[in-house]
Design a protein. Sequence first.
Length: 195
Amino acid sequence: MSEAPKEPSKEASVVAPDSTQTAGGILKEARARQTLDKDWDPISPPPIDGVYVKDVKNVIYRGGVLTELYRPEWFAGEAFPIGHVVHVSLLPGLVTQWHCHHVQRDIVFPVRGFLRIGLYDARQDSPTLGKSFAMNFNLHRPRYLHIPPGVWHSLKNVGTDEAVYIVLNDVPFEYENPDDWTLAQDSPALPSGLL
């Protein structure tokens, strides 16, 4: 006659709130870390110096939705003269080439679809040299992403339809001498898995 299995002790099934453990082949859950406050604002800024996110509010009106695209006071007291604006579309699943600029700053704003952006700080004089950051964004929760010179970035359309975004630059584009520097997606100089 076989004995009934013993009940696990309550002590054995207690897991520290911020850890994942396996005991006897049973996976124990881990508490998700807080990312938003009670007003649904991000808890912490991006970990790259000079990169910041600005939430923009949609205004719902009788005929649809109105979204502001630019206000000078949104940029942390820094002047951001608009020197060039481009509208970019990206087909589902496609990824832009990793690129950075030596002079210009970018502001990326989603217009349609679901995008994921990855960033990597390669600035030798930056306090956040070597840090990376990724975030999803779309027009359901519109937000600007400010990217300073020297920060590598790439965008991926993670949705099932075409994605569209606008990029504002603070200097005019020079066709003969573009301030665009590129790396291959699989470059060992960049962290993998951001997109």
